[in-house]
Design a protein around this ligand. Structure first.
Ligand code: ADP
Ligand code: ASP
Ligand code: MG
Length: 440
């Protein structure tokens, strides 16, 4: 069995949905299709939630109506028969009635997550209606019946696998299953989600849960590029990445993949393919276990980073100092991304600043603390150590004009991370692009 995930732009127009229909019916292999919401929908739902959180019901109503109008325009272009159109009308009515009811009740975070779930429910139901109209046999799966996260918002892969396999067993002989990306149930049995871009994560979790032959992520670009194509001029797709390389790039800002979307596939050794819905013949990127890598392969950047430096003479020759530092971050469930140390100071970076004040207060009991905000981690991925001499030289030469706040080298052989002020990011990425890669 294989998994095929289509992102927002791949289902964002009626003609694109038709293309998706062609792609998912092209092979004989049983397939679970994971769909995102139509492009723009989740952003619109977020903004509806924000208006309600600000108690601005008039603005929320305007935003609901604008989104509703988009769907009323969409479905007649998607479907031809009266019967299918009536069905789509009823689906859209149901979901927008729900949003309009929410306008009248008191707003809270759980309701907000219910609002966010409407996008994937709408896209999958409309796509399923298209398949019905074309008499293509398929089974509609509700992700909320099997996708779950625990109290730390971590996916429960064991439970997901058990439930999904039981559901699939009820449909022997079926070849095509359609389900929602992004949405899940939490430990309180409320509707929740896997964070923005989470449909990739859903696809990888499903691929791991059923031990799929491949997890295909279909999007609007021909694979993982060597640098961020939104920021840098001239980038190119990478044919192959190892799981570790892809995970690093995803975590450090390559938006094509959700930050956590690699580990489930990696754990069950399911190859991941990044493919382009607009150009299905393009090779894209194959992500798998063993990949031969020489030199630098790709660069990604992650903004919104805070650097914290703890300086203490007590660190000199002392053991246990780092443990005390890390315990403070652990206490506040705040992950650390980068670490650099000297004899008298340690610098770490975090991106979740929700407990920054409390963390600083506690760190101050260990030494003096300095905080730099608006930082960017630039992550350079490839075979950086041992076999490839000089890779780091081209990296550093490209960055001579930029003040670098931290460097982390040698933590793994496939990565160098650098920290600099976000205001230098664009120029630094461009300079690295020209200095580190070979261009004809
Ligand atoms: P989808 O809606 O299909 O999930 P996303 O917008 O989440 O698509 O991801 C695809 C986009 O990721 C591309 O259009 C591209 O702009 C952006 N992107 C950022 N970094 C990279 C990269 N290194 N390689 C390819 N795409 C990237
Ligand atoms: N629709 C969700 C989002 O826009 C999930 C996804 O597209 O992957 O974040
Ligand atoms: Mg995405």
């Amino acid at each position: 069995m294989k998994v095929m995930k289509f992102g927002g732009t791949s289902v964002g127009k009626p003609e694109r949905m038709h293309q998706v229909k062609d792609l998912v019916t092209a092979s004989d292999e049983p397939t679970i299709v994971v769909l995102s919401a139509l492009s723009g929908t989740t952003n619109a739902l977020v903004s509806i939630g924000e208006a309600l959180a600000a108690a601005d019901r008039i603005l929320a109503k305007e935003r609901i109506d604008a989104l509703h109008a988009h769907y009323l325009d969409f479905y007649p272009q998607l479907l031809e028969t009266e019967k299918a159109r009536k069905k789509a009308e009823a689906i859209i009515k149901e979901h927008f009635e729900f949003l309009n009811i929410i306008l009248k009740i008191s707003f809270n975070e759980a309701i907000n997550r219910d609002i966010l779930a409407q996008g994937e429910l709408l896209s999958t139901k409309l796509f399923y209606t298209l398949l019905e109209e074309l008499e293509i046999p398929a089974v509609f799966l509700v992700a909320l019946d099997f996708m779950s996260i625990d109290e730390n918002s971590e996916p429960e892969l064991g439970k997901i696998s058990e439930k999904l396999k039981a559901i699939l067993a009820q449909h022997p002989g079926e070849k095509l299953f359609i389900t929602q990306g992004y949405i899940c149930k939490n430990h309180r049995n409320e509707v929740d989600n896997l964070k923005r871009g989470g449909s990739d994560y859903t696809a990888s979790l499903i691929a791991a849960a059923i031990n799929a032959s491949v997890c295909e992520i279909w999007t609007d670009i021909d694979g993982m590029h060597n640098n961020d194509p939104r920021i840098v001029d001239k980038t190119r797709p990478i044919a192959e990445l190892s799981f570790d390389e892809a995970a690093e790039l995803a975590y450090f800002g390559a938006k094509i993949l959700h930050p956590a979307s690699i580990w489930p596939a990696q754990q069950y050794n399911v190859p991941v393919r990044l493919l382009n819905t607009m150009d299905p013949q393009a090779h894209g990127t194959l992500i798998k276990a063993d990949v031969e890598t020489k030199g630098v392969k790709a660069i990604a950047a992650k903004d919104g980073i805070t650097a914290i430096k703890i300086k203490s003479s007590r660190m000199l020759l002392a053991y246990g100092f780092l443990r005390r530092v890390f315990e403070i971050f652990e206490k506040y469930k705040t992950p650390i991304d980068m670490i650099t140390t000297s004899e008298v100071a340690v610098s770490v970076t975090i991106d979740d600043t929700s407990h920054l004040k409390a963390i600083i207060q506690e760190l101050e009991t260990l030494g003096s603390v300095e905080v730099d905000q608006n930082q960017t981690i630039i992550c350079i991925v490839g075979n950086m150590v041992s076999e490839t001499r000089g890779a780091i030289k081209s990296v550093m030469d490209s960055l001579v004009d930029f003040p670098i706040r931290m460097v982390s080298y040698g933590g793994s052989r496939h990565n160098v991370s650098l920290l600099l002020d976000t205001k230098y990011k664009k120029e630094a990425l461009q300079s690295l692009n020209e200095g580190v890669f070979q261009w004809d």
